[in-house]
Ligand binder design. Structure first.
Ligand code: GAR
Length: 195
């Protein structure tokens, strides 16, 4: 029996963050954990294809009851939200207290919360004339993007950037710090530091 920590990844879209985790698991950079299931909020999410290509079990959960049931069914110990665009129900958060992490494409507390997700974040950052943005890995609590920060890194906004340009630059950082953040939480979990 492997003593790797079982991780479920929740997705809604293209899944480049999921891909980064898959690649890092393969290259041994996520040595203490294993992705046991990818759960999508909709069956059209390309992330499902990425998971299937990597031989990872997949499922689609259209309601929060289904999310909870599927998380329990696959034996997930930790949960990663990687471009998951639904808000988790309090029941899910309660069951996985301090065991759910999220990647957000801004420097929380800026450009986060209700209405700030995906490309909307980058558009708002550029419209505000910010000189820097970034990415944040944080724990998920009952609020939207309000949980304790695990890791955060800044990314420069360049003159003339389109939202897509900025998104691509921020994604590179996301891919790195999501894996680092996951490793940190996995380690704490294994040491019994997460109750
Ligand atoms: C990522 O930028 C992620 O941080 C963001 O959606 C994108 C998903 O990309 N998440 C949020 O905005 C959540 N509030 P991906 O599907 O290629 O990983």
């Amino acid at each position: 029996m492997s003593d790797k920590v079982k991780v479920a990844v929740l997705v809604s879209g293209g899944g480049t963050n999921l891909q980064a985790l898959i690649d890092k698991e393969k290259s041994g950079e996520l040595a203490e954990s294993k992705i046991v299931r990818v759960i999508a909020s909709k069956d059209t999410a390309y992330a499902l294809q990425r998971a299937a290509d990597a031989g990872i079990e997949t499922s689609v959960a259209k309601t929060q009851e289904e999310v909870l049931r599927q998380l329990e069914e696959c034996g997930a110990e930790l949960v990663v939200l990687a471009g998951y665009m639904s808000v988790l129900a309090p029941e899910v958060i309660e069951k996985f207290r301090n065991r759910i992490i999220n990647i957000h494409p801004s420097l929380i507390p800026k450009y986060c919360g209700k209405g700030f997700y995906g490309m909307r974040v980058h558009r708002a950052v550029i419209e505000a004339g910010e000189k820097e943005s970034g990415a944040t890995v944080h724990f998920v609590d009952e609020g939207v993007d309000t949980g304790k920060i695990i890791l955060q890194e800044t990314v420069p906004v360049m003159e003339g950037d389109s939202p897509e340009d900025l998104a691509a630059r921020v994604l590179e950082t996301e891919h790195r710090i999501l894996a680092e953040g996951l490793n940190k939480v996995v380690l704490r979990y294994k040491q019994g530091g997460i109750k």
